[in-house]
Write a new protein. Structure first.
Length: 77
């Protein structure tokens, strides 16, 4: 229980790598495998398809993460 409290309000970004390879699980499929739908609605999470080889999706994922964190930092001021 203590660990959950320490993670309260944290952002979770999951990169679904290898999207450039045929047969790779899609981001929504990975969400189902990880059972992320059952997380509380107040938890901030996103799964982004990417390819570390080509770089596709990486900026999109980091942009979401920075925006998510920034939106909550300014709320605390």
């Amino acid at each position: 229980f203590e660990r959950r409290e320490r993670l309260a309000g944290s952002s979770l970004l999951v990169f679904a790598n290898k999207q450039d390879i045929q047969g790779a699980l899609k981001p929504d499929e990975i969400g189902k495998v990880l059972n992320l739908e059952v997380m509380n609605k107040d938890r901030h999470w996103k799964i982004v398809g990417c390819s570390a080889y080509t770089g596709d999706g990486l900026l999109h994922g980091f942009d979401w993460l920075f925006q998510d964190i920034a939106s909550r930092i300014y709320v605390l001021d």
